[in-house]
Design a protein around this ligand. Structure first.
Ligand SMILES: Nc1nc2c(c(=O)[nH]1)N[C@H]1C(S)=C(S)[C@@H](COP(=O)(O)O)O[C@H]1N2
Ligand SMILES: [Mo]
Length: 158
């Protein structure tokens, strides 16, 4: 039997976490409540697209790994960023406040299915319903990093 048929993609969840972990799409499906969302987004090269996604909230998955911030303190939480990377190296950032219930509260998902099709072999896809364009809908996720944004770092001297 082909090994490819049972291939499972996992991503690393790392950064300022008490319990960094590695998760498969199956883990995402079995470990958290599945949310459903119908979205449309525009692509500069391919035009408008519409899709139906299912999966857990990014917020709940990251909270499961124990972010280093004090969960009760909004100002502390508001300093954190998330960087999401796809299998081809495409990566993007979100702020924690975008997905935090006390701030923008966007229901960003880590998709386990797209238009009903399981993503186990492709890997999870980031779903950002608030975005007008598709650039942050990272597919084949390989890594999610969370950490504080540290302002004031200098660029190279000119
Ligand atoms: N890993 C990865 N995910 C990605 C991209 C990419 O280049 N690599 N392109 C983004 C862009 S620009 C769009 S519009 C959406 C949908 O693009 P697709 O139709 O090529 O999947 O995927 C996003 N996710
Ligand atoms: Mo795009």
């Amino acid at each position: 039997m082909s090994r490819l048929s049972t291939h499972t993609r996992r991503f690393a969840l790392r950064g300022e976490l008490l319990r960094p972990t590695t998760l498969s799409v199956r883990d995402l499906r079995e470990g958290w409540e599945q949310h459903r969302t119908e979205v449309s987004f525009d692509c500069a090269s391919k035009g408008p697209q519409g899709h139906f996604f299912e999966g857990p909230l990014l917020r709940e998955v990251v909270i499961g790994a124990g972010p280093a911030f004090d969960l009760r303190r909004r100002k502390d939480r508001s300093r954190y960023l998330l960087a999401v990377t796809g299998g081809d190296g495409h990566h993007t950032v979100l702020s924690w406040a975008e997905i935090d219930a006390d701030f923008t509260n966007t229901p960003v998902l880590l998709a386990t299915r797209m238009d009903g099709r399981p993503l186990d072999s492709d890997g999870s896809q980031l779903v950002v319903p608030s975005d007008r364009c598709g650039a942050r809908y990272i597919s084949a996720i390989t890594s999610i990093w969370i950490g504080q944004a540290i302002p004031g770092q200098q660029g190279p001297r000119r």
